[in-house]
Design a protein around this ligand. Structure first.
Ligand code: CTP
Ligand code: MG
Length: 247
């Protein structure tokens, strides 16, 4: 296989990871913001960061949390980890990602590769991070992890109370997209150049700029904790395996 290197992006290129954790977790419905909910004796955020801190490739890890929880988060995730920094996020996920990008540009302007990861996916195996980093350093400017869709998907027509099927979608051509999503710095700054653009997905903004997005293999363990049911599953996985045994 021929490996094409981007000008300026090399293997072991300086890499930073943004961990967005500034959401409120409305759908989870707990009394604290989602990232501060415990899975065992550690919070979702502590699990997410401890896994990323095991990656030798991550030169800087920027954790983005609600402004009022910056001091608390520093106590939770920075101790003994010089590469971890904490900053305040914004009202929308894209505002939080932007805050992370600005922090990186100020703290580590030599950065060439940026990964954006949801704290709400705390059990994501390090292998997924490595696949994304490898794909960006080998020349893909935007990279997302994806997994096949298992359910049958149908497009429906909604008319008041009545819902009927318009057709069945070929799921062979579909992937459920996870994080971390990886970018060359130029691709991510271009994607986020327009402050009015909103997206739940960073690669979505890159797509709108015409940047090709490459898909690598995701992992079932990279699922997002959104609802109380997801929290139950995450707690079960942690209790069953012990955090250090997870991949
Ligand atoms: N996020 C963020 N800043 C925001 C909104 C979301 O950093 N203003 C982060 C969340 O903390 C989460 C990730 O983006 O790690 C994915 O968002 P989501 O799962 O929607 O989390 P919440 O927005 O917290 O949940 P909800 O939408 O149910 O309120
Ligand atoms: Mg949200």
């Amino acid at each position: 296989m021929t490996v094409h290197y981007l000008p300026g992006v090399q293997r072991s290129a300086p890499t930073a990871v943004i961990v967005v954790a500034a959401g409120s977790g409305e759908r989870l419905g707990e009394s604290v913001p989602k990232a501060f909910v415990e899975l065992d004796d550690r919070t979702i955020l502590q699990h997410a960061v401890s896994r990323i801190a095991r990656l030798p490739a991550a030169n800087l890890i920027v954790v983005v949390v609600p402004g009022r929880l910056v001091v608390r988060a520093r106590m939770d995730v920075m101790f003994g980890r010089p590469r971890v920094q904490v900053t305040a996020g914004g009202a929308q996920r894209s505002d939080s990602v932007r805050a992370g990008i600005e922090h990186i540009m100020a703290a580590a302007p030599e950065t060439e590769v940026i990964l954006v990861h949801d704290a709400a996916r705390p059990l994501t195996p390090t292998a997924v991070f490595n696949r994304v980093i490898d794909a960006v350093t080998s020349g893909h400017r935007a990279v997302v992890p994806g997994i096949p869709v298992v359910d049958t998907l149908k497009e429906v027509v909604v008319e008041g109370e009545r819902v009927s099927v318009r057709g069945t979608i070929d799921r062979e051509m579909l992937r459920a997209i996870q994080t971390p999503q990886g970018f060359s710095v130029d691709a991510l700054t271009r994607a986020y150049a327009d402050p009015t653009e909103l997206a739940t997905d960073d690669a979505g903004l890159a797509e709108r700029c015409g940047i090709p997005v490459h898909v690598v293999e995701g992992d079932a363990l990279a699922f997002k904790i959104t609802t109380p049911w997801d929290l139950r599953i995450a707690r079960g996985v942690v209790a069953e395996s012990g955090p250090e045994e997870l991949p």
